[in-house]
Design a protein around this ligand. Sequence first.
Ligand code: AHR
Length: 507
Amino acid sequence: MTVEAVINVDLDGPRINRHVYGHFAEHLGRCVYGGLFVGADSDIPNVGGIRLDVVEALRALSIPNLRWPGGCFADEYHWRDGVGPKDERPVMVNTHWGGVEENNHFGTHEFMALCELLGAEPYISGNVGSGTVREMSEWVEYLTRAGDSPMARLRQANGRDQPWPVRFWGLGNEAWGCGGNMTAEHYAQEARRFGTYCRDYGDNRLYKIAAGANGADYAWTETLMKQLGHLGCQHVRSTGYHALSVHYYTITGPTWEEKGSATVFDTGEYYTTMVAAARVEEILAGHAAVMDCYDPNKSVGLVLDEWGTWFDVARGTNPGFLYQQNTLRDALAASVHFDAFHRHADRLVMANIAQTVNVLQAMILTDPDTRAMVRTPTYYVFAMNRDHQDATSLRVDLRTPLPSRPVGDATLTTISMSASRKDGRLLVSLSNLDAADDAEVEIDLRGGTVESVAALILTAGALQDHNTPQAPSAVVPRAYDDVSVTGNRLWVRLPAHSFVTLSGTVS
Ligand code: AHR
């Protein structure tokens, strides 16, 4: 069966905010320590302790922003513990993640240095749960205020003369859970209160992001939106928040303790995972619909600042470190998310995969023994989709129904597609989620022609295939030629369980 689609390449859609390709690095397991940061004394090449091969790999993805320091850790983090001479920084216990000691050697200055090396904008999650308004307010002052003030002087004494530009500011994290177990009503008041004292200094304009809902908790979103309605949106910039977040993880399995292995799974489990991943469309649409009621002009942003697959930790690893391998299945879960992000470009302003290195659905895995670094299949989806960043989202209309299959009580659509245009180039992303069957897609391009296309494919012999230090290229993109362009007709065969991108110049 051939799927027939139409793309009008000359019709404008919303811009795909590059920040939907954002990342997240928490003080959790080996994400920061041992992943991004090895310490200046390490014999792994580093600058100021930041691991250079990891930076180089991430720079190739043009990662637009990095969220830090949590997650749940953010609401126990006291930023003053992480500035000043390292040997004077106090040690704390990371109670959420493994109960390990945190020496605070990676703090504000180290994070900002990492962002500068990556070319990424910082997105800082402030502490609402166990912190004070004053503490958060002073952190903003420390980072962003030039000239003479107590916090500017402290920053200068710690070696940084000029302030840093910091736009993205999180008002806590998961306030309904680890961020304070608050009700939506209580949190909405807290977010206003904390937000009020996070000031704009000089040219720096904060973009404040309220801690949002857990998955399909649309009532949480409604409460936060009502709060803005009361303020009147014209006052949002000074006293409220500019965006709301939501967290949605791809989690399956009968219980939390049995989420399933990241690498040992059967085809049934694969399809169940794909159903959970594809549900992100419903989650985004649901929150966007609630926001539309209160903000039809879409001035308040939706931020999916935690997403990704969450499986059982790899055998023999610390349960609190959330280390999991990453297979072709994870790559397809990511590609399905990006298609949904592109479709919701009118409301979704940012998304952050959890997490960048060694935790959950990571881009990079580092081996603690060999110290080798491996790019995961998910890494390559980010790489292949990179040119969707800041592109114009194009509608993909269907002339024939998409293939689907029953999965338990659900139905999984097995072809996922999205398209964009930027600088005269068309980029189409296509995923065939069927584990066994190839598919063909024929696209009628209207409003422009594409002379030739360059195609890349990410697939593998088995869904479980993954990259290791011994076999780092088991799942990598390859040039693909089962594609043709004739006039306005673009045709491609999608092998079973594959992700394909097509790009070409539009004239
Ligand atoms: O990403 C791991 C954890 O998941 C984060 O710390 C928390 O916000 C979420 O529950």
